[in-house]
Design a protein around this ligand. Structure first.
Ligand code: PLP
Length: 322
């Protein structure tokens, strides 16, 4: 099937209509289906948006850190807040940040996949454009797109196959005024002007994203998804808050409903848990090396039953190892 065929036009156009409906994307935003995963955006954003070559970063984990390092290749990337002092276990107070006067944008990673924190309140950017990486919370709950200049996410956590990235960008930022040397393929304008069909797009990925948009709509949209995800998260957090063995690592007010890191306090016990959980079919529970312990990623696709089973397993492990 050619990506220029009417069959594919129908697939990509329907996908755009559906994500626009799901997120109530305002008309003055463009939706782009690109390649290179979320990490490609770490460079593409400064190349296109860093007109003054200055951007402010809020560092809440590895992904924000990586984006900040990449931006430094193109200009000055200021760290205006960070939660590195406590292993990124909280979201810094962002109500009155030292925003740079000439900052082209303020950058956040909205849900911190590794650390299990989420911005439940967006930072006060003092009028500057807000750019957010929503890779690990994309379509998990409603969001007000109009509060952002650019929102993007790799789709592999919640939506579709790895490699595809969806960029939602305010129209006035789609311009020819990019940093010198920005390749044609890395200009938002190239893809916006060609409706994401400048070259062969990640066609299979877009097809699957479209299917997932339909699935989300059939489940009642993002309000219903939020309810579903909050219910799942509450089951684990309630257990963690009452457990005498396990505890969550994140400050309760900043907890993510997608990624739930937890520890026992003993490295041996953590290792034993991960091993026994894996043998019982609960795979990929090992936490990131910088946090240790465990992490349950309970993205949209995870049913409530999966979370219940995990908590039952944890309770049994706790009883058996006291
Ligand atoms: C997974 C993830 C990424 C990296 O995505 P790639 O598609 O592998 O580049 C970036 N940001 C966040 C928040 C993620 O969860």
């Amino acid at each position: 099937m050619s990506h220029r065929s009417s069959a594919f036009a129908e697939i990509i156009e329907t996908a755009e209509v559906d994500i626009r409906e799901l997120l109530s994307i305002p008309d003055n935003y463009r939706v782009l289906f690109l390649q290179g995963g979320a990490s490609q955006q770490f460079a593409m954003i400064p190349m296109n948006l860093m007109k003054n070559r200055v951007a402010d970063f809020i560092i809440t984990g590895q992904w924000a850190k990586k984006a900040c390092s990449e931006a430094k290749l193109y200009g000055t990337a200021n760290v205006v807040a960070s939660s590195a002092d406590k292993t990124f276990s909280y979201i810094p107070d962002c109500s009155d940040l030292p925003i740079s006067e000439n900052a082209d944008y303020v950058y956040i990673c909205e849900n911190n996949t590794i650390y299990g924190t989420k911005f439940h309140t967006l930072p006060n950017t003092k009028g500057k454009d807000l750019v957010a990486d929503v890779s690990s919370c994309f379509l998990s709950e409603p969001m007000d797109v109009s509060k952002y200049a650019l929102v993007y996410g790799g789709v592999q956590k919640n939506i579709g196959p790895a490699g595809t990235v969806i960029v939602i960008i305010r129209e006035d930022l789609v311009t020819e005024d990019v940093l010198p040397g920005t390749p044609t393929m890395l200009r938002y304008k190239t893809h916006a002007d060609n409706k994401s069909l400048y070259n062969t797009p990640p066609a299979y990925g877009i097809y699957i994203c479209g299917k997932v948009f339909k699935w989300l709509k059939s489940r009642g949209g993002l309000e219903a998804m939020k309810e579903h995800n909050e219910k799942k998260a509450a089951i684990i957090y309630d257990y963690l808050d009452n457990s005498k063995m396990f505890r969550g690592t994140v400050v309760p007010v900043d907890r993510s409903i997608m990624n739930v890191p937890f520890v026992t306090g003993s490295e041996e016990l953590d290792a034993k848990f991960v091993k026994e959980a894996s043998a019982a079919g609960f795979v990929n529970l090992k936490g990131h090396r910088t946090v240790g312990g465990m992490r349950a990623s309970i993205y949209n696709a995870m049913p409530v039953e999966g979370v219940r089973k995990l908590v039952e397993f944890m309770a049994k492990f706790e009883a058996d190892n006291r």
